[in-house]
Design a binder for this molecule. Structure first.
Ligand code: G3P
Ligand code: CA
Length: 240
């Protein structure tokens, strides 16, 4: 059955990539969450989509140039005009919460625009510390980083992000030791889904928010959809 991954948590209704968005995604019966990671000046792995804090918080500047203490003072619920302050979570904070549930976590390493020295190693160490090797899927637009991660930790699944259509993506995924790939849903068709899934390569499409598209992909037997709307996705899946 198709799995539902809440994109940046339940980001349609809650501030993206915050603990409240992850907690609500789990309550909405998402099988997994998709998160984005960057690294602070002092080497803390934090959950935030952009290289800069400007769009999602009340602060400004590059994550890479801020200390964890500086970053922690910001309000990541700012855009949602929350009365409660939502901090930018650390990966450890997320893992602490994951100890109390069985949610899967797709970690997107945002190291395609900025390079973060040692990000893969730090993340893998933390995953191993919590024993979450089988609950994590690494994805990235930086496929070299996925290959690097696989060399260090072949027990952790990887999946390249594909924004453009490529020929026979299941062969490409297999060639870089990935167990799946995460394409833009606009670049997908039934044939690609069927060929990939029958070759044991999982397809998890992003970012699918339209009900008609969700239904069509689910009917084709796609492994997962990554969506801002986990409640709608669950309703559709239940009706199939
Ligand atoms: O993981 C799929 C999707 O999240 C990639 O795009 O920009 O939302 O991180 P973006
Ligand atoms: Ca992402």
């Amino acid at each position: 059955m198709t799995k539902i991954f809440a994109h940046r948590g339940f980001s349609a209704n809650y501030p993206e990539n915050t603990m409240i968005a992850f907690v609500e995604a789990e309550k909405a019966k998402a099988d997994g969450i998709e998160i984005d990671i960057q690294m602070t000046k002092d080497g803390e792995i934090v959950i935030i989509h952009d290289e800069k804090v400007d769009r999602t918080t009340n602060g400004s500047g590059f994550v890479q140039q801020l200390s964890y203490k500086e970053l922690r003072a910001l309000n990541a619920g700012h855009r949602f005009k929350y009365s409660n302050k939502e901090s930018i979570p650390t990966l450890s904070e997320l893992f602490e919460w994951m100890q109390g549930n069985s949610i899967i976590c797709n970690i997107e390493m945002k190291n395609n625009k900025i390079s973060y020295e040692g990000m893969e190693e730090k993340t893998i160490n933390l995953i191993r510390q919590y024993g979450f090797e089988k609950r994590i899927i690494f994805s990235s637009f930086n496929h070299y980083s996925l290959v690097h991660s696989y060399r260090i930790a072949p027990e952790i699944e990887t999946a390249p992000l594909l924004s453009d259509g490529i020929y026979q993506p299941w062969i490409y995924a297999n060639a870089i030791n990935a167990k799946g790939f995460h394409p833009n849903y606009k670049r997908l068709n039934g044939e690609i889904i069927r060929a990939s899934e029958s070759n044991n390569i999982k397809v998890r499409a992003y970012t699918v928010n339209n009900s008609k598209t969700m239904r069509a992909l689910m009917k084709e037997g796609i492994s997962a959809i990554i969506t801002d709307e986990p409640i709608i996705a669950r309703e559709i899946l239940t009706q199939l």
